[in-house]
Design a protein around this ligand. Sequence first.
Ligand SMILES: Nc1ncnc2c1ncn2[C@@H]1O[C@H](COP(=O)(O)OP(=O)(O)OP(=O)(O)O)[C@@H](O)[C@H]1O
Ligand SMILES: [Mg+2]
Length: 598
Amino acid sequence: MAKDKTVSAGQAVSTARRLVSEALATRWKLFAISLICMLGVAAFTGALAYSTRLIVNDVFVDENTNKAIWVALLVIGVSIGKSFFQYANSVIAVLFDRSISAHYQKRIFKATIAKNVEQFAGKHGSTQMSQIKILGKACGSSVINLCNKMLTDTLTLIALFGVMLFQDPVMTLVGSTLIPIIFWLVAHLSKRVRAAANAETELTGAFFSLGTEAIDGIKTVKSYQLEGKSIRRFEAAVDKLEERLFGIAKVTSATVPIMELLGGVVIGLFVIYAAWQTVNHGKTPGEFTAFITAFLMAYQPAERISKIWVELQKTLVQAGRMYDLLDEKPTLRTDGTTEIDDSVASVSFRDVSFAYGKKVPALNRVSFEAVAGQRIAIVGRSGAGKSTLIDLIQRFYDPTEGVIEIDGINLREIKEESLRRNIALISQDVFLFDGSIRDNIRDGNVAATDAQIEQAARLAQLGDLIAEAPQGLDSQVGPNGRALSGGQKQRVGIARAFVKNAKIYIFDEATSALDGQTERAVMEALDEALSDATAFFVTHRASTLEHVDKVILLDGGHLVAFDTPQSLLETNPLFGELFEPSQGTKQGNTPVLNGTRS
Ligand SMILES: Nc1ncnc2c1ncn2[C@@H]1O[C@H](COP(=O)(O)OP(=O)(O)OP(=O)(O)O)[C@@H](O)[C@H]1O
Ligand SMILES: [Mg+2]
């Protein structure tokens, strides 16, 4: 998993170009202001270095106290100017950083949510969230490092270089021989950091997913005494991550000391040269002081540039990953334009096959037609392909072969928004958002009035719960509805589906947590309220079959039968096996034989 993937310098450059052009396109005014600040910092730093020449020559060598006051005032003024621009520049840099990080975090989240269901397969939610955080932040720091910190330091270096050149061109050129050495060194370190950067993102993802898994599954962890296993796995993830971070830190920390060493060598050479020049050619001490001050002052920005440059390699690799995520194409074509609004909804499968990956087909040449308004049960052993079938109706996947139609229109031609609006899913494991019961029901239809929400809640048999709760419909459900029981959650999910007023309803074992009486009440309410809708019920319960017109019987991905419950019970051994009379209600096999919808 955490293998080092080498990213070339070329890739880093193209990422940088795209990132900077995107970031500055909408922030160029702010950038212009910060550029003024950067020029201010550079100019005043150069002036400060130059002022040492005045201090030494005019004040100390000439021993002129009058001039000393003017020079002192000049130095103070220059320092004030430098500090002012430095402060303004730092504040703008923070502003830049935060707005860019926030922008990309929002963008990656939006792009993630827009992906198809199948693109989420095998990915842990918390891994993805940690990536969004890290990658977004990396974009902000890349832009800031490139367009602010490094630029400020480069401009400062140019100003100080100017001062040095003005004081002593020969020695400046000698000092310049350091530049190619520094370039080579930085390039070498950069390569190593780029190689390690990808691994860091992945290891941080593992850190979050292992931790979240243990905390979300705390009851299982305790009940099976898996604390030790959870702790060991988490500790291994932390150690691996820390090891990798240490590897990166070792490289970035090397830059500054190496730069200092090189600088020390140059200063040593310069002392010898300066002594010789003063003795033989009569140079003033002020010129040397200004030169050496400029050289020493140039140190800091040069050091910082090389350090930032090496660090930048890491954030650019991460920004490149972010673009990979943003540019990833949806796996399903979603350019259908046909609306299914005004029609009744029949659903037909024609020779539909589907396989996950390249494996054995989960559905094999399945054909049936559900007439609009029909109630259809989907039954079969575990693993028969029931959930797959309803996922295909919702177009979470496209069939590998065959055609699925709603009202005679191929699903691929239907506008995605129209498809989603017309199908309501109620799954066994209802997902609720943290908020009130009312908010969760309203998620079914944002335009629903309070009266409609109350009506839906009553139909879904939530009346008692709401009457008992002190805050009624405004009671909080907790994160993922944890404050409710399984059956209560299912009923909130059903109420949410009721207000949606869809044309097709899909119940994936959606009443499994309800007691028999409540289930019957819900099913009756459904018959009444949604008489026009076509409804599918994935079920293992005989009682549900009372309410259906037809049954899709699946086995090993094949459609075994598409018939009424009565005739299946009479003729089909598999169906008889699945719904033995003893599985029904107290009245033996009556639910299947007598209770069918007319
Ligand atoms: N995401 C997936 N990736 C790979 N294979 C899958 C995936 N989901 C389901 N399968 C396989 O497809 C087949 C059909 O699974 P499906 O979930 O449709 O069964 P099911 O009838 O709903 O079963 P159950 O009653 O247990 O819910 C099974 O063999 C299953 O292992
Ligand atoms: Mg299933």
